[in-house]
Design a protein around this ligand. Sequence first.
Ligand code: EPU
Length: 419
Amino acid sequence: MEKLVVKGPTPLKGEVIINGAKNAAVAILPATLLIDGCCTIENLPNISDIKISCEILEHLGAKITWNNKNSITIDSTNINSTKAPIDLTSRFRASYYILGAMLGRMGEIEVGMPGGCKLGARPIDQHIKGFELLGANVTVEKGTIYAKAKKLKGSPIYMDIVSVGATINVMLASVLANGTTIIDNAAKEPHIVDVANFLNTMGADIRGAGTDVIKINGVEKLHGNATYSVVPDQIEAGTFMLAAVATRGDITLKNCITKHLESITAKILEIGGNVQDNGDSIRVWCNKRPGKANIKTLPYPGFPTDLQPQMGVVLSLANGTSIITESIWDSRFQYTDELNKMGAHITAQGKNAFFEGVKRLSGAPVYSTDLRAGAALVVAGIAAEGTTEIYNLGYIDRGYEKIEEKFKKLGANIERVSE
Ligand code: EPU
């Protein structure tokens, strides 16, 4: 078993390069199944979710060549299986994108129920509703989803809730459908726009991604033979921005889109941190104890739920009492028990958590309870006095490329140790 051993406190200082977005990349890879040919994807984060996505694609008949650690070429000419193995699909959430992509490509797919972080109930009723409106027959039996369609037909689809996954999945399924699909009440996250940009680069006709109405005019074929670079990761960038504040450091982030970071910037300024927007880089620094703030997580452009635990670390150290309201997931405060082991004063009750700020955290053995919780504990360990040991690194490695090396370059005393 591996653990991260962090000795703090260290004010983080220096430059960090942000990788491509996990949540865009895990949708773009299945999207390549829609192409009758080859394409190259660059700026892929080198994380375990991507490696498993590649294994699933290969199982379905795609040929993958790694050009370097962040770039692959995928040849989807000979897709020859319609079964995605459950031992792979159960290992991460985004395996559900195989459904939309394969319905579009083959008109048929059998996929094990998606896995992923345990954040509360994670239904996929809106994905299924969308596929059915496009004309597919979808059944779920014994942990497997079966979806089949003769030829998908474009349709108006109103999403009952704003869902990143359902928006992307319906987009994937409808790109090659007959006629026009209109997704109403669509999610607007940067990764939705990125998947649409990727598909359009390959010949799709998708308009309105990034707004709450997306129109997809079905086309006959996606041509491939193009190279696409994944958008920078808003959540990895936000993690480092909040790490700069929590450790009272000074970090410049390179390869990020500052427009995607506005909700985080606004909160950092509100609590007394400093942010300098340089266009394609952003500098964040803080030289005093942060002030309190109230946060409510919301779909984009609201404050992202995937930065809620990292913000929780900052507010644990703030001057005063803050409230975080988690409005996306039912169970995303598990990390607060771990932070309390480090001396935080947090009370979580249902959708709210109350953070009575303390002057300092102290190192302790702690367990990642999910991906972003794990990243938050790393930030807490760097800000805390003494030694923190972080376990359950599998979660962190699903979404952050070499997290300890990036923090080490910023001055953190952090090592990955095998026990
Ligand atoms: N929901 C439904 N029915 C559905 C789909 C969603 O009720 O059919 C509900 C969910 O239960 C949740 C809300 O709608 O309450 C939003 O869920 P959404 O579908 O947007 O989430 P997701 O697609 O499963 C993605 C990210 C998550 C991120 C959420 C919200 C990927 C692979 N995952 O999940 O990322 O928290 O959007 O922004 O894109 C992470 O990266 O750590 C992570 C958990």
